[in-house]
Ligand binder design. Structure first.
Ligand code: GDP
Length: 298
């Protein structure tokens, strides 16, 4: 089986003209730089990040007399790493018990899967975990979470129908009673009613703060790496509504749009806690800027 890094590389280099290919052949000239610009845009780096990166490359090309594709690649790697390094802020649990993590994101982003992976991750650190099935609207979401809980041997507080905020409240009380280290509160990603998703999630957040005034300690937004620039719109909307403190970007094992992380870094930076690189329980990795850039440019 291929390592997660190999899968990340394979996914990120899936564009028809991958970024890595641009460097392989010729000397640097305007045409090559334009091709590189188009490739970065296709990889969803966004206009802002792409223009900034290219301006810096053009400057170095003139002033430092870069000549070969390899030199250009190294210069771009440097620029990208500088851009992405501020996002490299691993999630460190504070001493607070229970440490409360709210997970938010639209349906299909990989929220439930990420909760399962995180439960495993924290248990490997010797932490006890409890899950709150805060998406009470979709029976499938609740069942899927319970399944992940079973697989990890973790209790899930769930309620058929009912108020998501009440489920979160109950979960926090249960965690206190059982001396649990980490509570993860799942939330809805879409509502079957006319009610606004953001209002619903903001309400859960308020109730969590009532149950635990220092919490939530982390509000993790799960974004699908495949949706490209749309991820930015989601980030802005969720951040405005509930205050996002960290990100998980999923499905980077199968996407050619991995540049979206550069767009996030440039226009709406948030700590990127983990990246999802597969469907398995181990396929959640801390974000390391240099590793990521290497995969993106390979
Ligand atoms: P939710 O609706 O946000 O809870 O999304 P799910 O957790 O149900 O995930 C939706 C689909 O994406 C499922 O088929 C997952 O197996 C898949 N998925 C989630 N994360 C990843 C990832 O990092 N890589 C890949 N390849 N698939 C993923």
């Amino acid at each position: 089986p291929r390592s997660w890094l190999e899968r990340l590389k394979a996914g990120l280099s899936r564009t028809s003209a991958s970024i890595g290919d641009v460097f392989s052949r010729r000397k640097i000239d305007d045409e090559l730089l334009e091709e590189l610009e188009a490739t970065l845009l296709m990889a969803d780096c966004g206009v802002d990040a792409t223009l900034t990166l290219l301006a810096e490359l053009r400057r170095r090309w003139k002033h430092e007399k870069l000549e070969t594709g390899d030199q250009l690649r190294a210069a771009l790697a440097e620029g990208l790493t500088k851009l992405l390094t501020p996002l490299q802020q691993p999630l460190v649990l504070s001493e607070h018990k229970p440490y409360i993590i709210m997970l938010v994101g639209v349906n299909g982003a990989g929220k439930t899967t990420s909760i399962g992976k995180l439960a495993n991750h924290f248990q490997q650190q010797g932490k006890s975990v409890l899950l709150a099935a805060g998406d009470t609207f979709r029976a499938a979401a609740r069942e899927q979470l319970i399944e992940w809980g079973d697989r990890n041997n973790v209790s899930v507080i769930a309620q058929e129908g009912g108020d998501p905020a009440a489920v979160a409240f109950d979960a926090i009380s249960a965690a206190r009673a059982r001396n649990i280290d980490v509570v993860m509160v799942d939330t809805a990603g879409r509502l079957p009613t006319q009610m606004h998703l953001m209002d619903e999630i903001a309400k859960v957040r308020r109730v969590v703060s009532k149950a635990e005034p220092s919490g939530p300690h982390e509000v993790l937004l799960v974004l699908d790496g495949n949706v490209g620039q749309n991820a930015l719109a989601q980030l802005k909307a969720f951040d405005k509504a509930v205050g996002v403190t960290g990100l998980i970007v999923t499905k980077l094992d199968g996407t050619a749009k991995g540049g979206v992380i550069a767009a996030i870094a440039r226009t709406h930076p948030k700590p990127l806690r983990f990246i999802g690189v597969g469907e398995g329980i181990e396929d959640l990795q801390p974000f390391v800027a240099m590793e990521y850039v290497d995969a993106l440019l390979s």
